[in-house]
Write a protein that binds this ligand. Structure first.
Ligand SMILES: [Fe+2]
Ligand SMILES: [Fe+2]
Length: 269
């Protein structure tokens, strides 16, 4: 299965899409949710399955929990979920953590910097919480090893992405996120220039600095990802992957633009 050849019926995106399947290893996008609530940002959730064991990537918050459980149930059973990875602490990412821990036996992987914040989303069993060190680590799913890589300050201070060496997909959390007007959601980015208006403003404000962007690109480019799958918006594939990384590596954002946010600096007396 080649992600670059997947064509989708826009009216049938709720059932989720298998993005990669070699018989032992599957990478599933859990699909567009019918209703995420008025004003709520659209979110993507993914399941990586190997030898019948499963890792969920940013399965999301309280708002989308019931719909994501239903979508996941079309592909795997909840008892197969050994791991849940959270890229960072935001509510759209992990406010459902307590609920997910109730319905699955999963260990939860989150920045050590953020584990203390989890109980504010509900009761969690800390014996199943794994605090990620700054350098990242690995998550073993069946016989596969997912690589957890640092992506700090993009945008969270304790932030990670996950590279799957078997599919070649890089799960990027908020990096690469895009937002489309209502009813115009696109699943894949094939033409990066046409896509830029849907992603540029988000990155210029939410990402912390060009220095952080560049370090991230230097880290992930040698992996030659076949696709970049973000937590919001469309999935980058084919030439759009390299085009996005080129753009991100040289992006002025966040603290690079303090004057625009605060106004010109005033001299202290
Ligand atoms: Fe976020
Ligand atoms: Fe997000």
């Amino acid at each position: 299965m080649d992600i670059e050849r997947i064509h989708l019926d826009p009216d049938d995106l709720g059932a989720g899409v298998v993005l990669f399947d070699d018989g032992r290893h599957r990478y599933v996008w859990l699909g567009l949710l019918e209703d995420e609530g008025d004003g709520a940002v659209q979110v993507n959730q993914y399941a990586v399955e190997n030898d019948g064991r499963v890792c969920l990537l940013d399965p999301g918050g309280v708002l989308t929990f019931a719909q994501v459980v239903a979508s996941l149930g079309r592909h795997v059973e909840l008892g197969q979920v050994d791991h849940i990875f959270y890229s960072h602490q935001d509510p759209d990412v992990c406010s459902g953590a307590a609920l997910w821990m109730q319905v699955t036996p999963a260990q939860v992987h989150l920045a050590a910097l953020w584990t203390r914040f989890l109980p504010h989303f509900g009761q969690v069993d800390f014996s199943r919480v794994r605090g990620l060190p700054d350098a990242g680590g690995t998550i073993e799913v069946g016989s596969a090893r997912l690589e957890v890589l640092p992506a700090h300050f993009l945008h969270s201070v304790g932030n990670y992405v996950v590279f799957d060496p078997i599919s070649g997909f890089l799960f990027s959390g908020d990096i690469g996120a895009s937002v489309f007007p209502d009813g115009q959601h696109q699943v894949f980015v094939d033409d990066f220039d046409a896509h830029l208006p849907f992603t540029e403003g988000f990155h210029r404000r939410y990402m912390s600095s060009r220095a952080a962007c560049r370090r991230f690109v230097d880290l992930v480019r040698p992996l030659e990802p076949r696709a970049i799958v973000p937590q919001h918006g469309a999935i980058y594939r084919g030439p759009a992957v390299g085009r996005f990384l080129d753009w991100l590596a040289d992006l002025e954002c966040g603290v690079d633009n303090l004057d625009a946010l605060y106004g010109p600096a005033r001299r202290r007396r």
